[in-house]
Design a protein. Structure first.
Length: 401
């Protein structure tokens, strides 16, 4: 099997996913275009050598529909010969895009592929694409549907995490993210977003709240209690009758932020890198996807990690750094609990609670964060994982070169 290498990684800053967010004026195709252009300009490769642009998009409708990578590629100067395809596996879409790019290289069917992701959540709100699972009564009844936040609260109840546990984790994420930004850890990959006049629109993550305190978080109203009272708690308890009641522990301060953003990775063979004069930064060792029960839905990352480790012939002790998407604090706490991980090696530069979760791009961002931390510290291996709506999860292992 051909080995797949990461040659470059870039990301936009994350803008608040609201009308007053700095990236609201920037269309999703422009976010992706600027990422693709940055990859091309930084590595100075012939764009005609790229055989596919694969892009994760979680709401692939309206401005984010119609195979956005095809036209972003043309706008970025890749010419008419480079095709594009977009995919959706909810929150892991960006990581799946990288994995699919690697799979094409590993199979020998491609030599140079871009895995990318984009989500302009201020312009195309989460859930804009609908779907039978959530909106068709027969489907949601047969499968079991509750909002993700109710599933996250349920997971906290199932595995023994209190609101105080989740709040403490959230404060840690804010503090670590602030320290990483202050030390310039994200500068190497950051692409400042510009408007049509070339003026910088945003050059930093604007969702962070490093001044947050446990006392302040303690005063926030649980975000999903009203959904629970509407009937979704009953659905959760039907599936998990040994839980007496759903205690709602998540709120705006200990769950991921809604933001706009985009990211991309250049993936290729060693031979293509030598041809282009590029030095590989990491090798993609293994990846895995799993399905899990769809009501609690968010407890799969540990199993996806175990599956990827098994495929690679590795154990948890072989991994130096871990990245778990902080969709909700209980997701990260369960990941560490299930795999018996030391928090000092998990999300060491903060995560989505602090910096935000631009759905289609987050998977690439957390893998890229792991890559840069391996390079900064001289460590060798990292594993990134995300929970996924509908009861799924994805994990990827990389090794620094």
């Amino acid at each position: 099997m051909t080995e797949a290498y990461i040659y470059d990684y870039v990301k936009t800053p994350r803008g608040r996913g609201k009308a007053n967010g700095s990236l609201h004026e920037v269309t999703p195709i422009d976010l992706l275009t600027q990422i693709l252009k940055a990859l091309k300009d930084r590595s100075e490769f012939d764009p005609a050598l790229v055989e596919e642009i694969i892009t994760g998009v979680v709401a692939p409708v309206a401005e984010q529909g119609s195979v956005i990578p095809r036209f972003a590629g043309i706008q970025a100067g890749y010419g008419h010969s480079v095709p594009g395809v977009q995919l959706n596996r909810f929150c892991s879409s960006g990581l799946v895009a990288v994995n699919y790019a690697a799979a094409r290289v590993m199979s020998g069917m491609s030599d140079l592929v871009i895995g990318s992701g984009v989500e302009a959540m201020s312009r195309v709100p989460m859930g804009s694409d609908g779907g039978a699972w959530a909106v068709d009564p027969q489907t949601s009844s047969e499968i079991g549907f509750a909002p993700q936040g109710v599933g996250a609260d349920l997971m906290g109840n199932l595995y023994g995490f209190s609101r105080e546990d989740c709040d403490a984790f959230a404060i840690q994420s804010q503090q670590r993210a602030k320290a990483a930004w202050d030390k310039g850890y994200f500068e190497k990959s950051l692409v400042a977003i510009k408007d049509k006049l070339g003026m910088t629109v945003l050059d930093h993550d604007e969702h962070m709240r490093p001044e947050a305190t446990l006392e302040a978080l303690g005063g926030l109203k649980p975000s999903f209690a009203d959904y629970g009272a509407f009937g979704f708690d009953s659905i959760a308890l039907q599936r998990y009758p040994h839980i007496e009641k759903v205690t709602h522990i998540h709120h705006a301060g200990n769950a991921s932020g809604i933001v706009d953003g985009s990211a991309g990775m250049l993936i290729g063979t060693r031979e293509m890198g030598e041809t282009l004069g590029l030095k590989p930064r990491a090798k993609i060792v293994a990846f895995a996807d799993i399905g899990s029960e769809p009501v609690v839905m968010l407890d799969g990352p540990g199993r996806s990690a175990q599956k990827a480790l098994k495929r690679a012939g590795m154990t948890t002790s072989d991994i130096d750094l871990w990245e778990i998407n902080e969709a909700f604090a209980a997701v990260s706490l369960r990941f560490m609990q299930e795999l018996d991980l030391d928090s000092s090696n998990v999300n060491v530069n903060g995560g989505a609670i602090a910096m935000g979760h631009p759905l289609g791009a987050t998977g690439i961002m957390i893998l890229g964060t792991a890559l840069e931390e391996l390079e900064r510290t001289g460590k060798s291996t990292a594993l990134a994982s995300l929970c996924v709506g509908g009861g799924m999860a994805t994990a990827t292992i990389i090794e620094r070169v």
